[in-house]
Design a protein around this ligand. Structure first.
Ligand code: EPU
Length: 299
């Protein structure tokens, strides 16, 4: 959203092991670190954020595993790549890999499964943590295993059936994603590209994808409580589209997309979110819950 201030401390691990060490170092100093992926679904407060931020930006490795029995924690040689037709169809993606890079690489090999992430910004770590996606599917549809730094500060590999992802929640709690093993279906490059393009075009029609936003601000409410209406439709129905506080604006195109028109501050955006939540609650009885994450600098 291009708002927010600076971090007191910023750590930049380049490997899962360095990520683990960074988390442990912060916790040893009595600080629970905040993990920054692509920042695509995040509003960072103005001013200086106290404590430790760990960015996964340098953890960009994406490769095809050759020794599955060894598990994700093993150092695998990214240069050895079996033919796409072999029964592999798997990528290991470290947390800092962008969704875009993952999608393009799968597409080149004709691997299908994550086309639903077309146009979804951000990094794989955040995508797994939040179960990123939309109506055409999402991250956890393809997850086979995930390597996390757990609450005790250890690298632990979880199998898919040990995890319980739900709508917009990977269900990992305080565990931090270091790497993930994703399984695909073999299709053709043409078909995968075509599907991703169709999804992107459909999304472009209803969402202001090129403006500075954090994607959807609110989770879609339980359809039973909201007569089947989405968060965007509720904000739309109460007439809030176009509302502005400073340079923060609810877009005319989509009621669940709030954008920074240039000079918005985090506080402008947070005030706009609270205004939308309270007007929707008052007029429809539905209390919208944030989908976007917010990092506050103070109480
Ligand atoms: N609509 C309105 N008015 C609005 C907004 C939308 O009438 O102000 C209508 C649209 O015209 C469309 C329908 O509502 O017919 C649904 O809109 P959309 O396809 O954008 O779906 P959504 O439920 O609002 C969800 C996800 C999006 C994801 C899309 C497509 C949530 C909170 N949002 O949006 O995810 O891109 O489906 O799969 O689950 C995100 O998570 O950040 C995000 C953008």
């Amino acid at each position: 959203m291009r708002v927010g201030g600076r971090a007191e401390w910023l750590l930049e691990p380049a490997t899962p092991e360095e990520l683990r060490a960074a988390i442990v170092a912060a916790r040893e100093d009595g600080v629970e670190p905040r993990i920054l992926g692509g920042g695509a679904n995040l509003i960072i407060d103005d001013g200086v954020l106290p404590g430790v931020v760990i960015t996964t930006d340098r953890m960009k490795r994406l490769f095809r595993p050759v020794e599955m029995s060894a598990g994700l924690a093993t150092e695998l040689d990214a240069r050895i790549a079996p033919s796409p037709r072999e029964d592999g169809l798997r990528f290991v993606a470290w947390a800092g890999t962008t969704h875009q890079k993952l999608l393009t690489s799968a597409c080149e090999l004709g691997w299908s499964g994550l086309e639903g992430l077309a146009g979804v910004p951000g990094h794989v770590g955040g995508g797994v943590a939040m179960n990123a996606g939309g109506k055409w599917g999402g991250m956890w549809d393809q997850v086979e295993r995930v390597l996390v730094v757990d609450e005790r500060g250890e690298l632990v590999e979880l199998m898919r059936d040990q995890c319980s992802p739900t709508y917009r929640n990977g269900g990992l709690g305080r565990k931090v994603v270091a790497s993930v093993l994703l399984k695909f279906r073999l299709d053709s490059t043409h078909a995968v590209k075509q599907r991703a393009r169709e999804f992107l075009l459909a999304k472009n029609k209803v969402q202001p994808v090129s403006l500075w936003s954090a994607g959807c601000i609110f989770k879609n409410p339980d359809p039973k409580l909201a007569d089947g209406r989405t968060a965007g439709q509720l904000v739309d129905a109460v007439g809030l589209k176009g509302t502005r506080i400073g340079d923060a604006e609810i877009t005319d195109l989509h009621g669940n997309f709030f954008v920074n028109r240039g000079q918005a501050t985090a506080r402008d955006l947070l005030a706009l979110i609270e205004r939308a939540r309270s007007v929707v609650a008052e007029k429809t009885g539905v209390v919208l819950e944030n989908e976007v994450k917010v990092w506050l600098a103070g109480p």
